[in-house]
Design a protein. Structure first.
Length: 263
């Protein structure tokens, strides 16, 4: 009986793992749904990561209308690697210099660093958003990068406030990227930061617009159709019947931006 009680307590409570990971430079901290790996980060910072990650785990799941059947427990916990600096993160994770965080949805791994811009309000929920989104709609489903990034940014606290102004400016100066073209975009290490910033701004703006247009419940329906096997464009057209295709969404979105900004 005492053994059973002890096991139950271990499952319910967070415990510090007094051991190093296989890589001796990492120390592991375990919570209910996460394994956090760090090197020099202060213990209270790591504890804050745990608190916020657990909160976002529930919040983002609700934000997608996702009713999960299985929790991330035991060996299925997500992993968060906290590098000491951006340079160490870029070098070790083999990632672009403009990146503040990255996610591997299939293996549920997040990589970032403490000084990442808006660490708790933006970076952490954004990367968790990628993992939970893919867990819901499927790892191999073909989905435009702008949509996936837009959904991830919708999980951020400020939801990229101000992105509409950036997109409007792009429309005015001719640098705006139409959705049909945006759907073919891939971001690489050498991609110019200005282009990256516009890509993210447009991604956040159009997903925000889609949710504002017909509400979260309609958006949940869209995601559920992909969860049930529908391809992206099929799920989109059968959910948002006012649009015949992505070009229609592009046109209505641009018109909305122009009206919103008094033009």
């Amino acid at each position: 009986m005492k053994i059973k009680i002890l096991i139950a307590i271990c499952l319910l409570q967070v415990s510090w793992c007094a051991k190093a990971c296989a890589d001796e430079n990492w120390t592991e901290y375990r919570s209910r749904h996460f394994r956090i790996y760090y090197r020099s980060a202060p213990r209270n910072f790591v504890k804050n990561i745990e608190d916020m990650a657990e909160r976002y785990y529930d919040e983002i799941t609700r934000n997608m209308g996702f009713f999960r059947e299985h929790n991330w427990t035991f060996d299925d916990r997500a992993q968060i690697y906290i590098y000491d600096s951006q340079q160490e993160y870029v070098n070790s994770a083999q990632i672009a210099g403009w990146s503040h965080g990255s996610a591997d949805p299939k293996d549920k791994i997040i990589r970032t660093f403490p000084a990442a811009h808006g660490f708790f309000d933006s970076t952490l929920p954004h990367e968790l958003g990628h993992i939970i989104f893919r867990e819901f709609v499927g790892q191999s489903k073909a989905i435009p990068l702008w949509f996936e990034e837009g959904v991830a940014m919708y999980q951020e606290k400020a939801r990229r406030w101000g992105v509409d102004a950036i997109v409007k400016e792009a429309i005015e100066d001719g640098s705006f990227i139409p959705l049909e073209q945006l759907s073919r975009v891939r971001l690489y290490k050498h991609t110019e930061q200005k282009f990256v910033e516009l890509f993210y701004a447009e991604s956040a703006s159009v997903v925000n617009f889609l949710i504002d247009l017909e509400g979260e419940q309609k958006f949940f329906k869209f995601l559920r159709k992909m969860n049930q096997g529908s391809e992206f464009i099929v799920a989109f057209k059968s959910t948002y019947r006012r649009f015949d295709n992505i070009d229609d969404l592009d046109r209505v979105w641009m018109q909305s931006l122009k009206r919103k900004n008094g033009k």
